[in-house]
Design a protein around this ligand. Structure first.
Ligand code: CMP
Length: 138
């Protein structure tokens, strides 16, 4: 069924000037952009976004990193969006990401891994609503 996922280009990808190249891959893979903006999180907002990882050892580092530069959050739509998008971006650790995936080609490390992809329909809706009002999701 047609559904939606949430993604954001992380500070490493935006800072390296890869925004356009990555969006081109996303569109070429058949995803329609529903909402898009460029913004920067405070450490506190990054902490809210990643609250699900609060107990992990890398949480503070992750929040500092994700608030260190501009990001490009997007809501995307496609048939089987969540699963297909995770296949397009590849594994969290770029050393393990399959050749041709976005992380294999653009990520610098497990933390600076270029791009986020929601892991469930429920998280996709929550994460999209974190960044975009209902009026921006058309
Ligand atoms: P993502 O899956 O988008 O959201 C959680 C992020 O935490 C993940 O991408 C990585 O960027 C980061 N992360 C996961 N594991 C580690 C780790 N071991 N060290 C540092 N960052 C990590």
């Amino acid at each position: 069924a047609t559904n939606r996922t949430f993604t954001m280009l992380k500070p490493d990808a935006v800072g390296a000037g890869n925004t356009g190249a990555i969006i081109k891959r996303i569109e070429e893979a058949g995803f329609k952009i529903i909402a898009l903006k460029k913004t920067q999180l405070s450490a506190a907002l990054a902490g809210q976004f990643y609250a699900i990882h609060k107990e992990r050892s890398f949480y503070n580092e992750l929040c500092a990193y994700m608030s260190s530069g501009t990001i490009v959050p997007m809501i995307l739509e496609k048939d089987n969006a969540v699963e297909d998008f995770r296949n397009l971006i590849g594994a969290t650790d770029p050393k393990k990401a399959a050749p041709g995936t976005i992380r294999a080609d653009f990520a610098k490390s497990i933390e600076a891994n270029a791009i986020h992809g929601s892991d469930s329909d429920e998280n996709a809706a929550n994460e999209g609503n974190f960044f975009f009002s209902a009026f921006e999701q058309f």
